[in-house]
Design a protein around this ligand. Structure first.
Ligand code: MN
Ligand code: MN
Length: 309
């Protein structure tokens, strides 16, 4: 199998069965390098639901995706064998059971020495993903985390696990190294100043939207910590301003532009990117589909990061 996208010049982009980037949909055992995995789960949201529908919506709009990167001068699908490896099983009425299923399913893929980009779900799904990556790597991971939110927040309604707490759990469980954690796109308001205690205590690098505007893209990229060892990238679409990505669960005004996100992703230097996710895309709140289209672009940039190592 050659793992090439179906050409839009052969079969028009609005036709055909929808897979990520019009790539072959294969079983996890096939000979691809990078598998794109749908994670249809939104049982961890605190406000607007809908991220369970992201895998199918992003598949639909990824038919607009193309492989050649203008500034990198590479065709990502010539560099990497990429495939759609379907959706992860989940249980919509149980976060606990879904965590088990997500960790187990991803662990089976990682046991085959594949890299995976997970698409869809609210941000609660990143914790079971990180559990699987940590087990596979056998050491703490670095985390490059795009988000409006710190996601280090305390329990809500008496429940520890929700979409705003995965970073705290990942550090407390020893999956992620606090000083290897870079958060980009962060902005307020917070519930209170004590929401910053966790990041200060564990030494996370927080890059706010103010930092991006004040230092510029080049200045921010130069200020990022140099990460050694296995690194995971988690991309919450709400790092973007709701003007650019309205279809999300907890929108926060004053965010990054699509172009700033592209420039930041192009400028990251990650030596050992073991996996990534794109979360918090909520199609029911995305009337123009621009959020899904932007998620496709982010997935393309992440594939290029993997191809450029
Ligand atoms: Mn988040
Ligand atoms: Mn967020």
């Amino acid at each position: 199998m050659d793992f090439k996208p179906m050409s839009g010049r052969v079969l028009p982009r609005f036709s055909g069965v929808k897979t990520f980037f019009r790539l072959p949909h294969v079983g996890m055992n096939e000979s691809y390098d990078v598998g794109i995995l749908g994670v249809p789960f939104d049982g961890g949201v605190s406000y607007r639901p809908g991220a369970r529908f992201a895998p199918s919506k992003v598949r639909e709009f990824s038919s607009l995706g193309r492989g050649y990167h203008w500034s990198r001068g590479i065709n990502v699908f010539d560099q990497l064998k990429v495939a759609d490896i379907g959706d992860c099983p989940t249980v919509p009425i149980s976060l606990e059971k879904s965590y088990e299923l997500i960790e187990k399913h991803l662990s089976e893929v990682l046991a085959l020495d594949k890299r995976v980009i997970s698409i869809g779900g609210d941000h609660s799904i990143t914790l079971p993903l990180l559990r699987a990556y940590h087990k596979k790597q056998g050491q703490k991971l670095n985390l490059v985390h795009f988000d409006a939110h710190l996601d280090t927040y305390p329990a809500a309604w008496g429940f520890e696990y929700h979409h705003g707490s995965f970073v705290r759990h990942a550090i407390e469980e020893g999956l992620v190294n606090g000083e290897g954690c870079i958060q980009i796109g962060i902005r307020g308001p917070l519930a209170g100043g004590d929401d910053l205690e966790f990041v200060n205590k564990h030494g996370l690098q927080v890059v706010t939207v103010d930092d991006v505007r004040d230092k510029g893209i080049k200045g921010v990229l130069a200020s990022l910590r140099k990460l050694e060892g296995p690194t995971y990238l988690s991309f919450d679409i709400d790092c973007l301003d709701p003007v650019y990505a309205p279809g999300t669960g907890t929108p926060v005004p004053g965010g990054l532009t699509s172009y700033e996100v592209q420039k930041l992703l192009r400028g990251l230097e990650i030596k050992n990117l073991v996996g990534a996710d794109i979360v918090e895309v909520s199609p029911p709140y995305d009337p123009s589909d621009i959020t899904a289209i932007t998620a496709v672009d982010v997935a393309f940039e992440i594939l290029c990061l993997m191809a450029s190592e």
